[in-house]
Design a protein around this ligand. Structure first.
Ligand code: PAN
Ligand code: ZN
Length: 193
């Protein structure tokens, strides 16, 4: 059973996306995402050239127990590796029957979603867009804009993250720049299979 806990407030800076106070801050550099982007040569070149920070996550941790919720903001920098826009790693929840809500706060991009059965969706997200990620859907955010892409999320504290499968296979589509425009194209990694 969940213990009795004191209610609390924290502050969300809508402009910068940070939570304050915050007890779990994660930074992901390109070197933490080797193999995620299609262009391996561009990946290695950018890592050698300074290993850019791609995104930060501010999560307010509470006990990872059934019944608790985690609140979290993510800040994805603008940029590309090769012609692929900066994005989160993406994951299934370990407890696959758990959902999540993302709310766009700043900048723009896509939420990519996919089921194990191969059903795929790409939802455009801008400030004020509330997206519902149902149970069983893997999810990834992609920054297709010129500024930071900032979004807020809430999900069950015992959901957990399974990154392995997405690391290997990616999603069935990738978001790349074509003629200056964000464009969804089939993931060649999937076509090799
Ligand atoms: C989010 C994500 C966050 C970073 O809080 O964890 O945006 O993305 P990755 O975890 O894929 O690196 C969430 O979906 N939590 O479940
Ligand atoms: Zn999630």
């Amino acid at each position: 059973m969940v213990g009795l806990m004191a209610p609390f407030t924290i502050e969300l800076d809508f402009k910068r996306g940070v939570l304050h106070p915050c007890n779990n801050i994660i930074q992901r550099h390109l070197s933490d995402m080797r193999g995620t982007y299609l262009d391996e040569a561009a990946t290695e070149e950018a890592i050698e050239g300074g290993d850019p920070l791609l995104y930060e996550v501010y999560q307010y941790d509470v006990p990872f127990e059934n019944g608790q919720l985690l609140v979290v903001t993510s800040i994805i920098q603008p940029g590309k590796v090769g012609d692929e826009y900066y994005m989160t790693k993406g994951h299934f929840h370990e407890k696959e029957e758990t959902a999540e809500v993302y709310v766009g706060l700043r900048g723009r991009g896509y939420l990519l979603l996919e089921t194990r059965g191969g059903e795929f969706k790409a939802l455009p997200v801008e400030p004020g867009t509330v997206t519902y990620i149902p149970p069983y859907w893997a999810h990834r955010m992609v920054n297709t804009g010129q500024e930071e892409f900032i979004f807020f999320g809430v999900y069950p504290a015992d959901a957990g993250h399974n990154y392995g499968e997405i690391e290997v296979r990616g999603f069935s589509k990738v978001v790349v720049e074509r003629d200056g425009q964000p464009t969804l194209v089939p993931n060649p990694k999937r076509e090799e299979r």
